[in-house]
Design a protein around this ligand. Structure first.
Ligand code: DAT
Ligand code: MG
Length: 137
């Protein structure tokens, strides 16, 4: 069996704050293998596919606007249980209260736009990972 894969996005806030290297270094330091990496400007179509589960929610449009606001770094990381491992490393969705020691907990907070600016995305299941990898790579 090949190692599990996950899609990681460094969102526009992380790229704009020059935190891409620090974030990727933490994932590598935990032991996951960087398999693919690129910087992209997302299209609305890509984001609509990526965030399809959130369509219709009050934060959906602001979320897409934020994700369109600047470059994104997309990566595929590999390793045993990388999906749950990266979600743990990322921390909970709200960066204000995400645990210190996590990426969101250490680098993020509320800047006045709710929880949108939380630095990273990570797939939440094997099915999501394969679907999302197809959208970005
Ligand atoms: P996660 O990114 O932790 O998997 P999610 O899939 O529930 O969280 O939501 C996707 C993104 O949408 C999240 O990273 C930030 C934004 N978001 C989620 N809930 C929100 C809310 N209540 N208000 C504003 N933005 C929200
Ligand atoms: Mg999610």
């Amino acid at each position: 069996m090949t190692a599990q894969r996950t899609l990681v996005l460094v969102k526009p806030d992380g790229v704009a704050r020059n935190l891409t290297g620090a974030i990727l270094a933490r994932i590598e330091a935990k032991g996951y293998r960087l398999a693919e990496l690129k910087q992209v400007r997302a299209s609305r179509e890509q984001l609509a596919a990526h965030y399809a589960e959130h369509e219709g929610k009050p934060f959906y449009e602001p979320l897409l606007e934020f994700m369109l606001s600047g470059p994104i770094v997309a990566a595929i990381f590999e390793g045993e249980r990388v999906i749950e491992g990266f979600r743990s490393l990322a921390g909970t969705t709200d960066p204000t209260t995400a645990a210190p020691g996590s990426i969101r907990g250490d680098y993020g907070r509320d800047w006045g736009q709710a929880v949108q600016q939380n630095l990273v995305h990570g797939s939440d299941s094997a099915e999501s990972a394969e679907r999302e990898i197809g959208i970005w790579f």
